[in-house]
Ligand binder design. Structure first.
Ligand SMILES: [Zn+2]
Ligand SMILES: [Zn+2]
Length: 429
């Protein structure tokens, strides 16, 4: 009998680490991190294998720690996930080096810091898995199918003996920018357990087409008032989606400059989005000095303005009434200055010495729920498609308690058995 244990991703978005024990070996589903809180040491399990659903940091950020706990760990994920993960971990290293120079402590506490050698060792231990093929590790058969979330993203089907466990990772029923849809029909129906994300389990969203129209309308409205536009966005998927929308209207506004500014965006474009043509946008790794001197629409990372170029821009423009800030995300974490700007009208920034500066939101701020996750109806549809017999035990992860409560109510009313695991809770499958 297999045993499931939840070390993270419980009643929270991201930070996913879920173990499956079977015949003396431990397979971990994702090994993520979370920016705005620190887990204690027991939240990081020793694993023989880690299946990596996709390369967002809330799923891969602590992979080096899994390697430290067991240098022989094998990693299973798509080749695209492997390549983006390598980039993401290198990026953390660079950020930490910069912080060190500035006298700011490493993001990871001592003992969880890592080096280039650790990243190379993860690469060495990685078993690239193609979609729809089965990889056998120990007594586990692991099959990955497309999750439609970001390039390389996968849902995982694990078979131990006669039991099947499916983990959705982050999943988007509407598919990703390349129109890849989740391969629900490639999964065996009625697994013993389905572990499903619940980020937007509490809400119904407009279709992606409608959200895209709303985004374009907000940009057009700002431009018609002669305002500048600032869009903080993620380097993977979101900047590309926003860029493809801006490309459509760019030629109608020759008096504006359209900037896509982010080194990681340029890298991702090269790695995973070569087929997405973004015409007439000015792309660069660093912020061009002249951007303040002219009318501009500027898109930059990071998406939550917790660091990177977008945090600098936000600081400069938040008090400027001539700016419209469009946040292309429905979810904002607690440590994002955008979150406090939305909730309280003020955002807090750190000075180099660590002192805090509070700034009032005077720019116009709009939010568009352009998301790479399924909403409530999408998640219900995934459950109904994969588990038509209603015999499967459903576990909700990767969601705030309120979203999980709403989704649970909906699924229970349809006859499903649903659990919301607590941190460190264990279940026999
Ligand atoms: Zn996630
Ligand atoms: Zn994700």
């Amino acid at each position: 009998m297999a045993k499931l244990k939840f070390y993270g991703g419980t009643e929270e978005v991201g930070n996913v680490r879920i173990t499956l024990d079977y015949n003396g070996k431990t397979l971990c589903l994702d090994y993520g991190s979370k920016q705005d809180h620190e887990d204690d040491d027991q939240a990081f399990p020793r694993s023989d294998y880690v299946v990596v659903s996709h390369a967002h940091l809330d799923h891969v950020g602590n992979l080096p720690l899994s390697l430290k706990l067991n240098p022989g760990t094998k990693y299973i994920g798509t080749d695209m996930t492997k390549r983006i993960t390598e980039y993401q971990l290198n990026d953390i290293l660079k950020i930490n080096e910069r912080r060190k120079k500035e006298g700011v402590p490493d993001r990871n506490p001592p003992g969880r810091q890592f080096s280039l050698d650790d990243i190379l060792a993860i690469k060495d231990g990685w078993l690239p898995a193609d979609y729809n093929n089965t990889t056998r590790v120990g007594d586990f058969d692991v099959k990955l199918v497309n999750a439609g979330h970001i390039p390389g993203s996968a849902m995982t089907e694990v078979t131990c003996g006669t039991d099947k466990i499916v983990y959705t990772g982050d999943v988007n029923l509407e598919g990703n920018l390349q129109k890849e849809l989740p391969g629900l029909n490639l999964l065996q129906k009625n697994p013993k357990a389905l572990i499903i994300e619940s980020t937007y389990g509490g809400e119904m969203r407009d279709s992606i087409d409608k959200q895209e129209q709303t985004f374009i309308r907000y940009v057009e409205e700002a431009i018609s008032k002669g305002k500048n536009v600032f869009v903080p966005a993620f380097a993977i998927e979101r900047m590309q989606r926003v860029g493809s929308l801006l490309s459509r209207i760019r030629n109608d506004h020759s008096d504006y400059e359209f900037y896509m500014v982010s080194p990681s965006y340029l890298k991702m474009k090269d790695m995973a989005y070569r087929d997405i043509a973004l015409a007439n946008l000015t792309e660069s790794a660093g912020l061009p000095n002249e951007y303040k001197g002219r009318k501009s629409v500027i898109v930059s990372t990071s998406g939550f303005c917790t660091g990177g170029i977008s945090s600098k821009i936000l600081r400069e423009v938040i008090e400027n009434k001539n700016y419209t800030i469009i946040v292309p995300s429905g979810f904002l974490p607690g440590n994002s200055p955008l979150k406090s700007a939305v909730d309280t009208g003020y955002a807090e920034f750190s000075n180099k010495g660590g002192a805090k500066v509070k700034k009032k939101l005077r720019a116009e701020l709009k939010q568009v729920k352009l998301s790479a996750h399924s909403d409530k109806s999408g998640l219900v549809k995934i459950v109904e498609t994969v588990c038509p017999n209603k015999t499967t035990q459903i576990y909700l992860v990767h969601g705030e308690p309120s979203s999980q409560a709403t989704l649970t109510q909906e699924l229970v009313s349809r006859g499903y058995q649903v659990r919301i695991p607590k941190k460190y809770e264990e279940f026999s499958v």
